[in-house]
Design a protein around this ligand. Structure first.
Ligand code: CMX
Length: 443
């Protein structure tokens, strides 16, 4: 009998613990980074102050999961019969262990998810009680929060769980939650946009195919879902959603509290909500153009109008990346293969040509290139998911996979409560060696 994911993970954790312990005990005083005033005021950009082995974001190259590029991940993970995209469950295995699972190992995880997928009735009752004008991210976050009652970690912690075993209870919570997220998301979709008409899940399907089934969308939407969940799963630890998940979990809040919180961070327009903003922006242009494709000059004018009115161009720019996002590229390739003549794809592709030189000329954005959100909604739209408020929920399912993996490892390695230090403006002025503004004006 093959080892289970949990057994494999347990061995990896035993090997990793002494590495972290040694760094902390023997090299704890070694300086990693220095911090400038610009970084302190400017959202802590670039300060190396978090550790994760699950993914690393290179500004030029983009994301690597466990050292592998997205192409390598998609190439190396097992795929379901008839699918071009790999099992999402296999990605979870890779993120947790650093190893590519074989078919048998991935099947074990698929079965685990299938067993744990049933959502308690009280969660549906909470979802049902929301007005239909609510944003799906608020409902999604609340539904996850509601599941906190089920937490294995909380139960065991109350009973006196040893610190070295925190990760095991967290692992159980993570699997229980991840298995339910597609069910919850599809239920929210059907409540808001299909008058509650529900398509039940099929326990024999993998996560991507099952999600397509519950959304009632034909192939290749199963592959669209797999690709979507995989490329959105992790982007190292400093982005708002990942950082929020880690921060909240660091107080030993359970997975449900932590993932609900990270979903709230993802719901901001500068982060995950940008994918709905892209579609909203494109739709406005389409309406003004009477659905005709604008000329390059016309599109340039739309972009300048947005910038001149003091707004950002959604789907472009990034806090870390300085090149086109490989997640954007993968989705563009998918679109070129499956929906080359789609009008919205043509609009989005025209933006790819038009926006970067304009942002360069505008001179503010450090990165003029498109990010993941510039393409993801375009694909969803093509396959009939036109209620773009829902797009960030899809991002949230994917992102939960990476954050759950991170939180399990946080607990395994005993990372402590997060607590950076703040300073006052007076203190910064003193550090800078300048007089306070008021004093300078008086003199
Ligand atoms: N359009 C217009 N202006 C932009 C811009 C864009 N797409 N991207 C950055 N800028 C502006 C910033 O608003 C900032 O202006 P101010 O100096 O007036 O405040 C200036 O350029 C410098 O910003 P930056 O250092 O390049 O970018 P940040 O690290 O501060 O912010 C991000 C990064 C993503 C929030 C920003 O590029 C942005 O707002 N992009 C549009 C929204 C978006 O696509 N977000 C999704 C990102 C991916 C994700 O996390 O999901």
């Amino acid at each position: 009998m093959k080892k289970t994911l949990k057994q494999t993970l347990s061995e990896k954790i035993d090997k990793q613990r002494p590495r972290t312990k040694k760094l902390l005990k023997e090299y704890g005083d070694v300086v990693v980074d220095q911090v400038t005033i610009a970084q302190v005021i400017g959202g802590m950009r670039g300060i190396k102050s978090l550790v994760t082995d699950i993914s690393y974001l290179d500004p030029e190259e983009g994301i690597r999961y466990r050292g592998y590029t997205l192409e390598e991940v998609i190439e190396g993970l097992p795929k379901p019969k008839g699918g071009d995209m790999p099992y999402v469950e296999g990605l979870f295995y890779l993120l947790l262990t650093g190893d590519f699972p074989n078919q048998e190992e991935v099947q074990q995880v698929v079965d685990e998810f299938s067993k744990r997928r049933i959502v308690p009735r009280f969660v549906y009752d909470v979802i049902d009680s929301f007005p239909t004008s609510s944003h799906p991210m608020a409902i999604f976050s609340t539904a996850i929060l509601t599941l906190n009652r089920e937490s294995v970690f909380n139960r065991q912690y109350q009973a006196g769980l040893s610190k070295k075993d925190y990760w095991e209870a967290t692992y159980e919570d993570a699997l229980n939650l991840l298995a339910k997220l597609p069910e919850i998301a599809a239920y929210i979709y059907n409540k808001l946009y299909r008058k509650g008409e529900r398509i039940l899940s099929d326990p024999n399907l993998d996560m991507g195919a099952n999600f397509a089934q519950m959304m009632g969308i034909e192939k290749p939407y199963d592959d669209v879902s797999r690709l979507h969940f995989i490329i959105h799963s992790d982007h190292e630890s400093g982005n708002v959603s990942a950082h929020t998940g880690h921060l909240v979990a660091s107080s030993l809040s359970d997975i449900y509290l932590s993932i609900s919180a990270m979903i709230n961070g993802l719901a901001g327009p500068l982060h995950g909500l940008a994918n709905q903003e892209v579609l909203r922006w494109l739709q406005e242009v389409m309406n003004k153009m009477d659905n005709k494709l604008p000329s390059t000059e016309e599109m340039e004018q739309f972009v300048w109008n947005t910038l001149n009115s003091g707004q950002v161009i959604p789907g472009f720019g990034h806090a870390v990346l300085r090149k086109t996002d490989p997640r954007y590229k993968l989705q563009r390739e998918f679109s070129q293969k499956h929906l080359p003549d789609d009008p919205i794809f043509k609009y989005a592709d025209l933006l790819y040509k038009v926006v970067p030189p304009i942002l360069q000329k505008h001179g503010k954005a450090k990165n003029p290139w498109p990010n993941v959100d510039a393409q993801s909604g375009v694909i969803q739209w093509h396959y009939g998911v036109k209620d773009y408020d829902f797009y960030t929920v899809l991002f949230g399912i994917g992102r939960s996979i990476g954050i759950c993996a991170n939180i399990i490892w946080d607990r395994a390695l005993g990372y402590p409560l997060e607590r950076p230090k703040s300073v006052t403006t007076d203190m910064l002025e003193k550090i800078a060696g300048i007089k306070k503004m008021a004093e300078a004006e008086e003199n």
